[in-house]
Design a protein. Structure first.
Lengths: 517, 333
């Protein structure tokens, strides 16, 4: 890789950056150059080294000797001490935002300042006024007195970013300011991402630079000026966003050309009813009915708050429904009484979106995670055959392409994509009749995403009906033969077969909100 | 982001990891043996004698049973602070029923065990129905039971319990060791089997480590948690029965001193045999390790204050160690 000649005025320049973990190179002579006032994308699959790079900037990891860093044209000695980044006016917003939900917006805003400096007489009235002014500056409608737990997810993200900006501005240190956004968008629906992008543009308009770390190629194409793609710890490409196509990005990330995603052939005629939901109500959802055929993949989507994402949990009994029935396998199930255990007995399984808390048990091995629902059935309720469990887990790991292929590893040590494959293996081994998915590829890298789609398609062709809730329209377009679009708890549009496209879904979702506004 | 170091780690590193794991697994046992060697060297005539060991093995069976009871709800991530109070109440019930009311010893024991189970159910229902933290619930019920025990006994020691209980617990011996030691070992084996080789045991672990995942996997998490607290209530009551048999009497306060040692042993035990998990063999080893230490120090001439210091210090060190074991495990093993 030939490095471009040093631009004297680079906001930040890293080169020959290497980091070795236990003999394995997480970063191998990587380089990164951020121009002043630019939004620079940092992309790559899980394990490509982008988190390591960010953690080196944060002073969390020490890079290998020989790595070099320059900020605003001046040499900076590596490794950085934890927190030293503040001296160089660098500020971070991580995916989990670092907010305390039970405290107010204002308290969260002041968190960093109060944590760092002593203050023996806080003038809350002045602070509140300053916060209001700050939010008005960035055209954000936030009440400083609101509890963070009560505001919308996007508002939390905006708050975290504004806080990072203020922290970046306050330190009169070296450099013009660099804001690092480490995957701030995966939990946000598309419309809200735009609000976040407006804020990002306001930041660079004031002369600071932004590093935007993301999985989402579309977002990177929309917001960045240039992007650096990492693969296996090396720089695979530095891309000028305007001149590039989506295919260029994907090729650089994956390192191979992906076959164009053809939507599945629509079913010529929908088969006989396999699972029927009647008049489901609960949470935001009112009177939802759906007739699913064997082998069919139906998507449900809408804007945030439309309630579509509650449907899998209501049908599964993970959240209490007010009413409704499910006809499955020739039997009617009262949905207001159903519990997850009943749902499983009727052949219904759920892959939740919140993988860390509801999907996997990180501190237990893969084998324990994957055999969880079949323990008593297959391995002897009162005399577990432990070796058979590990063997079967290994076999399932092979079938679902889990890397690394070692079922005794702890779940938490796997990447997001591989954890999700384990979750799919755990449920699909039961030969379910109805599969409920919520954001099945959230936090899953592009390569694993294709594998996940493949497993969903296999399960469907093996005779299951699939209901997939997602705010990822491209994913819905790729796997669904029917998409239901929700607003205010009701279905407002249905797309079928060839009508389904990312744009069509987006248009209907947005249209729905307007008609209900 | 974790780099996939595992796949291509050289054999040497794997061997090194295995060695550290084995050291961790048997570390406590090694330290225990060293401790015995040191005390044996310093006090060969008193410490290193069979009567001393048989006393240690026999008299601490009660503590082993309390600790075994504790690790069941601990595995499900619930604390049972009432267990020592259940134990005191149970021994007092045996004494009051048997001595004051002339109830047959068999029936008295059954009644005491039933009360233990009932307390467990009440604890469990309060925790699961009202979603109160187990620490708070069991702290409350435990203190309540302590008051009930004082009331029941009129704050007096009651002696004169039927000798058949004493015979079955401490008088009759096998290889010179009182039978209660063997009871404790059998119970440890049962708990080990339950936690390691039954679907129920795995479910308890799932509920403890990932409650929401367990719920969405169709496990009735509330029922599991109630069952675990029932088990700890039962074990607490059983320890009370053994205590009454060991002493031939019941007093309303001394059982309470078992609380802290049991927690110390449970956490210390989770650093060995199956590091990172509460496990019955580790807990059993930990009990005898702690008691060996205290007995040895007393033989060296320290007075009884050393007991409190040793147990208290051991609890903090044990929790620190178990945290280290877990923390490292979470990064990667």
């Amino acid at each position: 890789m030939v490095r471009p000649p040093a631009a004297p005025d680079a906001a930040l320049r890293l080169w020959d950056l290497s980091k070795t973990f236990g003999g394995q190179k997480a970063l191998d002579k990587a380089s990164l150059e951020i121009a002043p006032g630019e939004v620079h994308g940092l992309l790559g699959q899980n394990g490509c080294g982008k988190s390591t790079l960010i953690k080196i900037l944060a002073g969390f990891h020490a890079p290998d000797p020989g790595s070099r860093l320059e900020i605003g044209g001046a040499d900076v000695a590596l490794p950085l001490a934890p927190g030293e980044f503040r001296k160089y006016r660098i500020s971070f917003v991580h995916q989990h935002l670092g907010l305390i939900p039970s405290l107010t917006v204002l308290e969260n805003l002041l968190l960093g300042r109060l944590a760092e400096r002593d203050a023996w007489a806080i003038n809350w009235i002045a602070e509140r006024r300053a916060a209001r002014r700050l939010f008005a500056n960035y055209a954000i409608a936030l009440d400083p007195e609101a509890r963070v737990a009560d505001i919308a997810p996007v508002e939390r993200a905006l708050l975290a970013i504004v806080r990072a900006i203020t922290e970046m501005d306050q330190k009169g240190g070296v450099g013009a300011g660099l804001l690092v956004l480490d995957e701030p968008t995966p939990f946000l629906p598309e419309r809200d991402v735009d609000r976040l992008f407006q804020l990002v543009r306001a930041v660079v308009a004031k002369g600071a630079s932004v590093i935007f770390v993301s999985h989402d190629v579309d977002e990177v194409m929309e917001i960045t000026d240039r992007a650096t793609v990492l693969r296996d710890g090396r720089v695979a490409a530095t891309i000028d966003t305007r001149a590039a196509t989506k295919a260029d990005f994907i090729e650089a990330i994956v390192g191979r050309k992906l076959a164009a995603m053809a939507p599945p052939a629509p079913l010529a005629a929908r088969g006989p009813s396999h699972a029927v939901v009647h008049n489901l109500s609960g949470g935001t959802i009112e009177g939802f009915s759906l007739d699913l055929a064997k082998g069919e993949v139906v998507g449900v989507t809408g804007l945030i708050g439309s309630g579509y994402d509650e449907i899998p949990y209501l049908i599964y009994g993970a959240r209490a429904a007010r009413g409704g029935t499910l006809d499955i396998g020739g039997r009617g199930v009262e949905l207001s009484k159903i519990k997850p255990g009943d749902a499983i007995r009727h052949g219904v399984v759920l892959v939740p979106a919140d993988r860390a808390n509801a999907g996997v048990i990180g501190p237990l091995p893969v084998a324990d995670n994957v055999t969880m629902p079949t323990l008593a059935l297959r391995f002897g309720r009162w005399m577990l055959r432990r070796r058979a469990m590990t063997a079967e887990a290994a076999e399932m790991g092979r079938r679902f392409e889990v890397r690394p292929a070692d079922p005794t590893m702890l779940m938490a040590s796997l990447s997001g994509g591989n954890q999700q494959k384990v979750v799919l293996a755990k449920w699909f081994q039961m030969a379910p009749k109805l599969i409920l998915l919520d954001e099945p590829t959230q936090g899953v890298d592009i390569g694993a995403r294709q594998t996940v789609f493949g497993h969903i398609a296999n399960a469907a062709s093996a005779g299951a009906a699939v209901l997939c809730a997602s705010s990822d329209y491209e994913q819905l377009a790729a796997i669904c033969s029917r998409v239901l679009i929700f607003a205010a708890g009701r279905v407002i549009a249905i797309l079928e077969g060839a009508e389904i496209s990312k744009e069509a879904i987006a248009e209907r979702s947005l249209g729905g909100v307007r008609s209900f506004a | 982001m974790t780099a996939p170091t595992h796949a291509s780690a050289p054999a040497e590193r794997v061997a090194h990891k295995l060695l550290t794991y084995r050291l961790e697994q048997f570390g406590l046992i090694i330290v225990w043996v060293l401790l015995i060697a040191v005390f044996g060297y310093l006090r060969p005539d008193t410490f290193l004698t069979w009567p001393n060991f048989s006393t240690i093995l026999g008299s601490q069976a009660v503590l082993v049973v309390v600790t075994l009871g504790l690790i069941i709800p601990l595995t499900a991530n619930d604390f049972d602070l009432s267990i020592a109070f259940v134990m005191t109440l149970s021994s007092m019930l045996v004494a009051v029923l048997n001595v004051n009311y002339g109830v047959g010893i068999g029936w008295a024991v059954i009644a005491a065990l039933a009360v233990g189970v009932a307390v467990g159910i009440i604890n469990g229902l309060l925790i699961t129905i009202f979603r109160i933290h187990s620490l708070i619930v069991t702290l409350g019920t435990g203190t309540f039971l302590h008051g009930a025990t004082l009331w029941l006994s009129d704050s007096m020691t009651i002696s004169g319990i039927s000798p058949s209980l004493m015979n079955a617990v401490i008088v009759d011996r096998l290889f010179g060791v009182p039978l209660e030691f063997y009871y404790a070992i059998v119970l440890a084996a049962l708990v080990w089997y339950l936690l390691e080789y039954t679907a129920l045991g795995r479910r308890i672990l799932f509920v403890g480590r990932g409650r929401e995942v367990a719920r969405l996997s169709g496990i009735n998490t509330d029922r599991i948690r109630v069952a675990c607290l029932m088990a700890s209530g039962f074990f607490g009551a059983l320890a009370g029965v053994l205590y009454a048999g060991t002493q031939g009497a019941a007093d309303p306060v001394s059982g309470v001193t078992y609380q802290l040692p049991a927690f110390a042993a449970a956490f210390l035990g989770s650093t060995c045999i199956a590091p990172g998990r509460f496990n019955p063999w580790g807990a059993t080893v930990a009990v005898y390790f702690l008691v060996t230490g205290i007995t040895g120090l007393v033989f060296l001439g320290f007075s009884s204050f050393i007991q409190e210091m040793f147990y208290g210090g051991a609890l903090v060190i044990a929790v620190t160690l178990s945290q280290l074991v877990r923390g490292r495990q979470e990064q990667q093993f």
